[in-house]
Design a protein around this ligand. Structure first.
Ligand code: ADP
Ligand code: MG
Length: 448
């Protein structure tokens, strides 16, 4: 058959089989498919990879295609053959990257930035919007906007991703930029090695010649006095020369016990931003983004199920997603809530213990320095109304209580009070990072 005829046939199939699908789905799943050729009664389709075949089968599309082909070609014995343009993405690109875009040889610890860790791929909600914003601004205005930047968050919430995004962005602006990216434990290792080999000058010059210093996981400097001293000098040198400095940590500066006071105070010179717990919306959005980028089809309710059940750590969330997708393809398991529940058994976190309303009230009072009696009183002054609204907001997101029950717990009769409080605080958080940090802090204390 002529190329043109093949194309016409495929158009015809598409216009019936896929006619009800949304444009986005068509673009992702259908556009990359083509008919390669027809020889006798054998039709060969070309698909990007096995995921597309699974998608066609799982949604019943292949059966319909078969039917149409039979009638179009006037035959009951046609054979469908599938060819793949590429195999399964077994080895990820990031593992194969060479150091090709490093201009010269001295790049601290041969750093290379993961091309997937970009600002575009960093999805935000209230918990991480501020941290991303300062990093992005700093990457575009090296050393002049915010300096230094100190980001802290528990493991798996995107610190390393942000540092790489900064590096990627800077290199996008100029391939010539030399950027010192290093984790603190690597810093310690290299420093010790330089000392032993008498190559301290060389070690220092790597940093001196960089436009930015991105130090990951600074908590590894705890207790390493000599390394801290060295870092202190490098920090000062770069800072005085208006180089960008960004540091990440698993805890806030004041909690870095075992790190010299003079370093801690420098960490607080510029902007300190935390990344808090990811909301359900964020977790779901991350999975949707990932599925789309990788062109794998996972039903929405399954994505939601994963997002609802893996809540604490984005690395684990993504791990669970990868695991589910891989197993579904290798073992040919359809993705439904039931099968996924089974697959994720090992990934499930123990549920955090339920939060009591009393605990919320205690923490709010402590945070705002007011008494319980005042908080629960009928007084309407702003100084009491705001803490009360935060309390109701926290009760809404941390307990299963209804608006009415929440209102009653705060000495109010009407459920609309709690309802308004919830949306008011939600908006405050969205518009002002100060409030999101405040809420994160209270949640942390409530869960303690
Ligand atoms: P940390 O350094 O804080 O332990 P990472 O930066 O290694 O965490 O992030 C863990 C994983 O989660 C990475 O794959 C990262 O890309 C992903 N991740 C974290 N936050 C986000 C986000 N906001 N959007 C998309 N992916 C994220
Ligand atoms: Mg990290």
């Amino acid at each position: 058959m002529e190329r043109q005829q093949l194309e016409q046939l495929w158009e015809k199939i598409k216009s019936t089989v896929f006619k009800d699908l949304p444009v986005q789905t068509l673009e992702i799943w259908v556009a990359p498919i083509s008919i390669k050729d027809i020889v006798g009664n054998k039709i060969t389709f070309e698909l990007p990879n096995k995921y597309f075949y699974n998608w066609l089968v799982a949604n019943g599309h292949l059966d319909k295609i078969y039917e149409i082909l039979c009638s179009e070609l006037n035959s009951n014995e046609i054979e469908i053959d599938i060819e793949y343009l590429q195999g399964l993405p077994e080895q990820r690109q990031e593992e194969k990257i060479e150091f090709e875009y490093i201009p010269e040889k001295v790049f601290v610890s041969k750093a290379i930035f993961n091309p997937e860790y970009t600002f575009e791929n960093f999805i935000t909600d209230e918990s991480n919007r501020f941290a991303k914003a300062v990093c992005e601004t700093a990457a575009k205005n090296i050393g002049t906007a915010y300096n230094p930047i100190f980001i802290y968050a528990p493991v798996g919430l995107g610190k390393t991703h942000l540092l790489h995004a900064v590096g990627n962005k800077m290199l996008e602006m100029s391939r010539k930029f030399r950027i010192a990216y290093i984790s603190a434990n690597k810093f310690v290792d290299e420093y010790v090695e330089a000392l032993q080999k008498n190559k301290l000058d060389e070690f220092r010059s790597k940093f001196q010649n960089s436009v930015a210093l991105l130090l990951d996981d600074v908590q590894f400097l705890i207790g390493k006095e000599k390394s801290q001293e060295e870092f202190f000098h490098i920090f000062n040198l770069l800072f005085d020369n208006k180089k960008q400095i960004i540091i990440t940590s698993d805890r806030k500066p004041q909690e870095l016990r075992g790190i010299e006071e003079r370093l801690i105070s420098r960490f607080e010179w510029g902007v300190v931003a935390d990344i808090g717990r990811p909301s359900l919306e964020l977790r779901l959005a991350i999975l949707q983004h990932k599925a789309q980028r990788e062109r794998v089809y996972v039903p929405e309710d399954v994505l939601r199920y994963i997002a609802e059940n893996i809540t604490e750590n984005i690395r684990r969330l993504i791990g669970a997603f990868n695991n589910v997708v891989a197993r579904s393809f290798t073992e040919n398991i359809p993705l439904t809530i039931d099968t996924v529940k089974e697959m994720l058994k090992n990934f499930m976190e123990p549920q955090p213990p339920p939060v009591s309303i009393e605990k919320i009230i205690d923490v709010v009072c402590e945070e705002f320095k007011i008494s319980k009696k005042e908080l629960l009183s009928k007084k309407r002054s702003e100084a009491l109304a705001l803490p009360r609204q935060f309390g109701m907001y926290l009760a809404k997101i941390l307990t299963d209580l209804s608006y009415l029950q929440i209102a009653e717990s705060f000495g109010r009769k009407d459920h609309t009070t709690a309802y308004h409080a919830y949306f008011k605080v939600k908006n405050l958080i969205a518009s002002n990072p100060y409030y999101s940090q405040l809420v994160n802090r209270m949640i942390e204390n409530i869960r303690k």
